[in-house]
Design a protein around this ligand. Structure first.
Ligand SMILES: *Cc1c(COP(=O)(O)O)cnc(C)c1O
Length: 229
């Protein structure tokens, strides 16, 4: 199947049930991204700032770029002028930095809080209690140039479907609770980004509203630098 066919198939699967498809194009060259673009895809996800910047510069300007990888505070300024959503917010400090640069650019930047749900030693994401602490902080209401649109989570990389399903179930339950207690009157808080190539069907069953797919669209990633493809 070609990239265009993959996009078409995935659109048929996700559009009727209102699940948003993010095409994760990390390590992939411009020509392959353009194949997805020409098939109608406009939402793309990247996990490194430098790679995102170079792609943003050369590719069509109506692409909406989501940052899905860990973001260091000192790199926020580079993406603030254009980034469509930052899915990987994992501290109040980062949120304050995003707010500062969004304001400089006269923008409001959409953000997701990354929740740590996997049973793995991954370095990033906030625990459930840390998310609540962040949402309760007195500084948060002062940040007028960011908008928290929802939560993002990455399940454990395992063949154990039961475990992955439980992680997604917990995240969805947590999302519903947060929505009730902190965002009841805020319709913008509506995004639950969970599900990658290996587990997006399980994620959708558990209530995902946004899936982030790389290899299902572009094929396996070879481990080499994207510019040398
Ligand atoms: C790479 C990546 C994806 C996509 O991974 P695939 O398994 O290729 O679908 C999704 N989310 C995040 C945060 C990623 O880093």
């Amino acid at each position: 199947m070609s990239i265009a066919d993959n996009i078409k198939t995935l659109k048929k699967e996700t559009v009727p049930i209102k699940v948003t498809l993010i095409a994760v194009s990390k390590t992939k060259p411009a020509e392959e991204i353009m194949e997805a673009y020409d098939a109608g895809q406009r939402l793309f996800g990247e996990n490194h700032v430098q790679e995102l910047l170079e792609k943003q510069e050369t590719l069509p300007k109506d692409i909406q770029w989501h940052l899905i990888g860990h973001l260091q505070s000192n790199k926020v300024k580079y993406i603030a002028p254009f980034v469509s959503m930052i899915q990987s917010v994992d501290s109040l400090k980062l949120l304050e930095e995003i707010n500062k640069h969004a304001e400089k650019n006269s923008r409001v930047i959409d953000c997701l809080l990354q929740v740590y749900i996997a049973d793995e030693e991954t370095k990033y994401g906030l625990g459930f209690d840390e998310i609540i602490e962040l949402l309760r902080s007195e500084q948060l209401p002062l940040l007028k140039n960011i908008r928290i649109r929802g939560l993002m989570g990455i399940a454990t990389n395992t063949d154990n479907e039961k475990q992955v399903k439980e992680e997604f179930y917990e995240l969805k339950t947590f999302f519903d609770g947060i929505k009730q207690s902190f965002f009841r009157k805020d319709e913008a808080f509506s995004i639950l980004s969970m599900g990658m190539s290996a587990d997006y069907k399980l994620a959708i069953e558990q209530g995902s509203t946004m899936v982030r797919l790389g290899s299902t669209i572009f094929g396996q990633r070879v481990i080499k630098h994207w510019k040398n493809n």
